[in-house]
Write a protein that binds this ligand. Structure first.
Ligand SMILES: Cc1cc2nc3c(=O)[nH]c(=O)nc-3n(C[C@H](O)[C@H](O)[C@H](O)COP(=O)(O)OP(=O)(O)OC[C@H]3O[C@@H](n4cnc5c(N)ncnc54)[C@H](O)[C@@H]3O)c2cc1C
Length: 414
């Protein structure tokens, strides 16, 4: 299917925008991607930066090397969209028309959304690791932290990579053990969720791991405000948690131009049909990746599994055919567990993480839901798959877009 006359505009050249643009040009479409960034970061690597693994130069590449030369890259930021007029305006004042618009603006942390968070303690004893600067500043803080209470804390859901804070807690346990400091450092995991994770089965498994590592969990904790002088988190129900060093995942928000817009929810995530990724308001508007309001994880793997559905549906839309509702919410997440091991979670909208093997039901080699060395090596190797296969839009062999339940079984929860 070819149609050179239709103009597809993608806002955001992150994981989803790069993959999608590289796939769409293969269909000889006129594709423009708008993003002011010159570089792209491999965000899963941010997890390791605070612990001295990797340097930033291993995690970033110029966008010019990642986006196909046939794609027009407009270096600007989108300020507003005229949905009924099929055009948008950038921050520099350019007006850009489109036939089909895809929103791939991801999510970003908003520390200013919580009273006291971005005040006196920010980057002194309060840190994030969801940004390159935050992760590097935290590296130094961890090096200087030799005793006291480390709190790893999630403000509210949804956040991107909901397992990343847990992984951080597990790796912190490892890091301080190796430095012989673990007995002097208390680690507490404070979350707005009722357990360790969003899915009950995985939550139980991951909760046990926290206990095994002597990491206390404080659940259902919705922070009303942070008192940076007293170094306290204060919950809406009056509970308080003290910290010496706070590693927080602030509220994750959608792009500014989506806030209070007719196409997005109150957090600025675009409301789409869960199967087709088409906006519930405008038929020529789609969203992909973290920018979409979907009941699955905000993760690079999800963006990857969504891409096939979106390419197919853009072609169908151009050709006046009914859309496919083929995206099943598939998510596939490695969870670093410390000790050189990782778990692998595989789930979708309907199915909780199952036990078994991945990607081959009989041979694996990855083990689902249980820590193993091969999973950890898989997580590390994924950086290469990301740069050389995923972003260029190549098919990753044996990894199906839809979740397969072949050979998998429901685990027993205790
Ligand atoms: C610490 C950490 C660990 C993670 N670990 C994993 C993991 O192990 N596995 C996994 O699958 N995922 C992981 N993720 C999540 C993964 O990185 C994201 O889900 C993925 O990058 C989402 O892709 P995206 O394209 O939707 O958003 P992004 O990659 O964030 O890209 C969004 C792009 O939109 C641009 N943009 C925003 N606003 C505008 C605007 N107004 N105009 C123009 N452009 C705009 C931004 O500049 C950016 O380039 C992790 C994330 C973090 C932070």
């Amino acid at each position: 299917m070819e149609n050179p006359t239709k103009k597809i505009v993608i806002i955001g050249a992150g994981t989803a925008g790069i993959m999608l643009s590289n796939k769409l040009v293969k269909h000889k479409l006129d594709v423009t991607v708008i993003d002011s960034s010159e570089v792209h970061y491999y965000q899963p690597g941010f997890l390791f930066l605070p612990f001295g693994k990797y340097n930033l130069d291993k995690l970033r590449r110029p966008l010019s090397k990642l986006i196909n030369k046939k794609v027009t890259h407009l270096r600007d930021r989108v300020a507003s969209i005229n949905y009924s007029g099929n055009s948008l305006t950038t921050e520099s004042g350019q007006e850009v028309g489109y036939d089909i618009l895809v929103i791939a603006t991801g999510t970003h942390i908003d520390a200013s959304a919580t009273q006291g968070l971005s005040g006196a303690g920010w980057r002194k004893n309060i840190f994030d690791f969801y940004t390159p600067d935050g992760a590097m500043a935290l590296r130094e803080a961890l090096q200087n932290f030799t005793q006291g209470k480390l709190v790893v804390q999630i403000m509210d859901m949804p956040i991107k990579c909901p397992v990343a804070p847990l992984e951080f807690a597990f790796l912190a346990d490892d890091y301080f053990r190796k430095r012989g400091l673990r007995d002097q450092i208390e680690i507490e995991y404070v979350t707005s969720l009722s357990g360790a994770f969003t899915k009950p089965v995985a939550s139980s498994k991951l909760g046990h791991l926290l206990t095994d590592k002597n990491i206390n969990i404080v659940a259902d904790f919705y922070v009303e405000k942070v008192d940076p002088e007293a170094r306290k988190l204060i919950c809406y129900d009056g509970r308080e948690v003290n910290y010496d060093l706070l590693v927080t995942i602030p509220v994750n928000a959608g792009a500014d131009f989506l806030h209070n817009s007719e196409i997005a929810n109150e957090l600025g995530f675009v409301e789409v049909n869960h199967g087709s990724l088409q906006s519930t308001k405008y038929p020529n508007l789609f969203a992909i990746g973290d920018a979409a309001d979907l009941p699955t994880s905000k993760a690079g793997s999800v963006a990857h599994f969504e891409v096939e559905t979106l390419v197919e549906n853009i072609m169908r839309s151009i050709n006046g055919q009914p859309l496919e509702e083929s995206f099943d919410g598939h998510s596939n997440c490695f969870v670093e567990a410390g000790g050189g091991k990782a778990l692998l979670l595989d789930f979708n909208y309907q199915t909780e993480p199952l036990e078994g093997r991945f990607p081959f039901a009989m041979f694996g080699p990855m083990k689902l839901l249980n820590p193993s060395r091969i999973n950890h090596l898989g997580k590390l190797a994924f950086r290469y798959i990301y740069w050389y296969m995923l972003l260029p839009g190549r098919k990753i062999p044996f990894i199906p877009n839809k979740m397969s339940i072949k050979g998998k079984k429901q685990p027993k929860i205790s």
